[in-house]
Design a protein around this ligand. Structure first.
Ligand code: F6R
Length: 366
């Protein structure tokens, strides 16, 4: 059932090009002009009335929500809050009938997420679920549902669910922006053709994993690893750190690169591995100066950058390149090396990759 792979996790990592293709299939207009989400029954007027979006989820799905916030805010210009489901309903959330509540859950069974969804509904919000499991509790409770078509995810550590959630979030943001007339035809077309390129680009990353494997073997016995990035790279850094902690039990922290100086830099000493994401062109120079800060403390820096970036090599110890992509879509590529790094670090340390200690695939208790 593992199809020749040693673990479900690595099988599922390799399934990502297909999972993403399936999630997009029939949802991209043939001429790339718009997104087709026939599941959604919103009218232009209803969407115009939305004043706020809240995204509620746990763990990796929460991390996908952070990327979603960026997409939704930039394209639709609606303010977006992202909340951890176990926090949401205990703080009298400011939610009303002009709020769209989006819950994200691979399993569709996470109890806290389900409870948050019920609370948002009780407060009058319009509700939308993004889930991977047809007929799950969350899919039945929400007003509307859009499915990631990732196929069953068995490994406890979520991989293909995350990338398909990102793909769906980007499509949803383009779709909502279309209804609100806040996206140009040109930008929409650019993003949709970028989405189309993703499966082949993911495949390209998966074809050459030797250097990632080598880093994982080399640094797999360090007890602390830091992930830094700005903007969307910061959101991806959070997912990279979660993945590493979860399966390899290495202590990892993700920091907004600009936040380092406000405390964390004290922990950066000689030999500490720092994974620095630098895929976002608009904050590239700023990220580079943060990379120089950690390098000056003799950290070992692994840069994740877009192909063609010759500059970064001067400042880091190793570079992993992702294929060139729109800054919006770069996270969907940049997370792959981080998933692989976590996987190979866990294998190197002899961890039970598919069933990390103390964790369950679906958390149906509070
Ligand atoms: C991390 C992981 C968990 C889940 C979280 C939410 O790899 O798998 O953090 O993302 O428990 O689960 P779902 O998405 O099923 O609600």
């Amino acid at each position: 059932e593992k199809g020749g792979y040693e673990h479900f996790m690595i099988k599922e990592i390799y399934e990502q090009p297909r999972a993403i293709r399936e999630t997009m299939s029939s949802r991209l207009a043939k001429d790339d002009s718009h997104i087709i989400l026939d599941e959604l029954k919103w009218t232009k007027q209803e969407m115009a009335a939305i004043k706020k979006i809240v995204v509620v989820a746990c763990g990796t799905a929460y991390n996908a929500g952070l990327v979603g916030k960026y997409y939704l805010e930039s394209l639709s210009r609606i303010p977006v809050e992202v909340d951890v489901a176990s926090e949401f309903r205990y703080r009298s959330p400011l939610v009303d009938e002009n709020t769209l509540a989006i819950v994200v859950s691979q399993s569709g069974e996470t109890l806290d997420t389900l409870a948050a969804l019920k609370e948002a509904k009780r407060l009058g919000a319009k509700t939308l679920a993004i889930t991977n499991v047809v007929g799950s509790s969350i899919s039945r409770e929400a007003d509307q549902v859009i499915y990631t078509w990732a196929g069953p995810e068995i490994a406890v550590a979520s991989t293909k669910a995350y990338t398909t959630q990102l793909v769906l979030m980007s499509m949803l943001a383009i779709y909502i922006a279309g209804l609100r007339d806040t996206i140009s035809a040109e930008r929409s077309r650019e993003l949709i053709s970028g989405l189309r390129n993703l499966p082949a680009q993911l495949h390209e990353i998966l074809e050459d994993v030797e250097s990632i494997k080598t880093f994982a073997q080399k640094y797999g016995f360090n007890e602390d690893v830091f992930f830094i990035g700005r903007s969307l790279d910061y959101a991806v850094a959070l997912e990279g750190a979660l993945k590493l902690k979860e399966i390899s039990y290495i202590h990892a922290e993700a920091y907004a690169a600009g936040e380092l100086k406000h405390g964390t830099l004290a922990l950066i000493i000689e030999g500490v591995p720092v994974i620095a994401l630098a895929t976002q062109h608009d904050v590239y120079e700023k990220t580079l100066s943060n990379i120089k800060e950690v390098k000056a403390r003799d950290a070992i820096v692994i840069g994740i950058a877009q192909q063609g970036d010759e500059q970064i090599k001067k400042y880091v110890d190793h570079t992993i390149f992702i294929p060139q992509a729109d800054k919006f879509l770069a996270p969907i590529l940049a997370v792959l090396p981080l998933q692989l790094l976590a996987y190979y670090a866990a294998v190197t340390r002899g961890c039970d990759v598919d069933k990390p200690r103390n964790l369950a695939k679906s958390v149906t208790v509070e």
